[in-house]
Write a protein that binds this ligand. Sequence first.
Ligand code: IPE
Ligand code: IPE
Ligand code: MG
Length: 230
Amino acid sequence: MSELPRHIAIIMDGNGRWAKQRQLPRLEGHRRGSETVELITESCRELGIEYLTLYAFSQENWNRPSEEVGGLMDLLRYFLSQKRQKLLDNEIRLRVIGQVDRLPERVLRELTKTIHATRHCEKMTLVLALSYSSRSELTELINQMIRGAMAEGDASRVVREEEIDRQLYTEGLPDPDLLIRTSGEHRISNFLLWQMAYTELYFTETLWPDFDRAELEKAIHEYQKRERRF
Ligand code: IPE
Ligand code: IPE
Ligand code: MG
């Protein structure tokens, strides 16, 4: 298989350990991690990847110390406002998945602006997972469907897979072909549980701030060597 993955999803992990190894504050690790986001987005765009989904902040991450959460929100706001023009120049559309109404107003404003500004861009779609939890999304969807069926008094309601696809945040996106997780953890951490049923998984020891284009190409190469049977 020598085709490029159409959709790459990445669990960007290891910022904290990167900083710790250098006796730097955790937030410095996150700041360096945000530079990797820019680099990898550019690299994917140049390589011709159509969809890149980055797990930037999970719902579980709200439980981190408030100073760290605040720092991450500041970085996010900075990224969304400062990189808007660059996304436009590269014709990259921004999308978001997750419970964004939990984000601070100042972040949400920049997020909405950037999504709106890039909505016509067609060279690549960058999807940020923010305040994302796959289980909570699926649970909420199931509850909605039960409420709908009860309201209609429809006791024979049957749900089809495509219906679920259409009602998830990822509606209209192809499922990820390749998942990359950095920093040596071999977990999915509540990311795209439904969508990754057939995704090829790739794990690397490299910490996210050290992940670079060569590492990305290595992951893609590994993907191309695997034979997918489904
Ligand atoms: C990933 O790095 C970034 C986020 C989860 C926001 P971590 O902060 O989880 O870094 P480690 O796992 O502690 O090294
Ligand atoms: C997963 O990393 C979430 C993101 C990369 C945003 P974590 O570091 O939060 O995950 P766990 O706690 O190790 O599973
Ligand atoms: Mg981590």
